[in-house]
Design a protein around this ligand. Structure first.
Ligand code: PBG
Length: 338
């Protein structure tokens, strides 16, 4: 018996495609040649933590491979980063609990842990690496907020600006090439620019955390800095639902004199990053934050994902979306481009 489909007259053959995008995917050499986005170590910045009052580096359980450094191990890491050809390092300080107060005053002291870390790293690497400082109070306040509080417990924008200026100037004094205000106070870039200039630090650049969202992806960072935060940061960090506002924040920071603008987090905010990259006349940074890194590590530990491939893909896509530089805990793991 003849099967039904065999008895039918054959369909006319489908037209042969003359346009074949697959031609450019045939070999690794061809794919390398036509790649639109290339990751270079020189565009990567390694975030690092330096902790006071300990004599050995301490692992951070929620950030595999990342530690709270001593001053010595911090300098060794800076030398590693410089010889690997990284673009820079972003330093965060972790003070002793007893040094925290409501004003976060340990931050701006020359002998505060972050300023000691900046000075030590500059001694170790000079200008071989761009040395950046997190310019924020949350690591140093006993309440964990990024600013000073009013008597009724609200974050006081304008009083905080003065504290940021003192902090930024102290970081420039300690040797930072770049200060990175991350507290999302209105007017922080202008205030810091004026403060730096008045203090004779006209050459120190400002990396503005321009669009910084109130994100659940900062979870592991809070362990990394021993954060004492009560409540949340939703009155100053942005609502993740808002795209237009991200661009607005970046444009304001540009008008205030930012030398670089950053979008943070990166992976879930690529639309905002693309908007900012299209509008910015200065280089654009993105921060692949602690939770983004930790999720990849955790899935890889379970064998669910290929760690190196996922990290490389994530970083490549952040650059594809428009970042000129990327802060990443995986910065030292990215293979050098040939
Ligand atoms: C605040 C600051 C935070 C991060 C960088 N700077 C935490 C926060 O806003 O709560 C998060 C970075 C990360 O998650 O990797 N100074």
């Amino acid at each position: 018996m003849t099967l039904h489909h065999e008895s039918r007259t054959p369909e006319p053959s489908t037209p042969t495609p003359s346009i074949r995008p697959r031609r450019l995917r045939t070999t690794p050499a061809m794919r390398n040649l036509v790649r639109e986005t290339r990751l270079a170590r020189s565009q990567l910045v390694l975030p690092v933590f330096v902790r006071d009052g300990q004599d050995a580096p301490r692992p951070i359980s929620s950030l595999p491979g990342v530690v709270q450094h001593t001053l010595d191990s911090l300098c060794a890491e800076a030398e590693r980063a410089a010889s690997a050809g990284l673009g820079g390092m972003m330093l965060f300080g972790v003070p002793r609990e007893e040094d925290k107060d409501a004003a976060g005053s340990a931050g701006a002291r020359p002998d505060g842990i972050l300023n000691r870390g900046l000075a030590a790293v500059r001694d170790a690497v000079g200008d071989d690496l761009v040395v950046m400082a997190d310019t924020c109070l949350d690591e140093f306040t006993d309440h964990g907020h990024c600013g000073l509080l009013t008597e009724d417990g609200r974050v006081d924008n304008d009083a905080t600006l003065e504290a940021y200026v003192a902090l930024a100037v102290s970081q420039a004094d300690a040797g930072a090439h770049v200060v990175g205000p991350s507290g999302m106070m209105d007017g922080q870039v202008r205030a810091i620019r004026e403060g730096l200039d008045a203090a004779g630090h006209a050459e120190v650049a400002i990396l503005a955390y321009a669009a910084k969202y109130a994100s659940a992806f900062y979870g592991p960072f809070r362990e990394a800095v021993g954060s004492s935060l009560q409540g949340d940061r939703r009155t100053y960090q942005q609502d993740p639902a808002n795209r237009r506002e991200g661009l607005r924040e970046a444009l304001l920071d540009l008008a205030e004199g930012a030398d670089l603008v950053m979008v943070k987090p990166a992976g879930s905010y690529l639309d905002v990053l693309a908007d900012v990259a299209a509008a910015s006349d200065v280089p654009v940074a993105a921060y692949q934050v602690s939770g983004e890194y930790a999720m990849i590590c955790a899935a890889a530990e379970r064998g669910w994902i290929d760690r190196d491939a996922a990290l490389a893909e994530s970083l490549t896509c952040i650059v594809r979306a428009g970042a000129d530089l990327v802060l990443s805990y995986a910065a030292l793991e990215v293979p050098a481009v040939r």
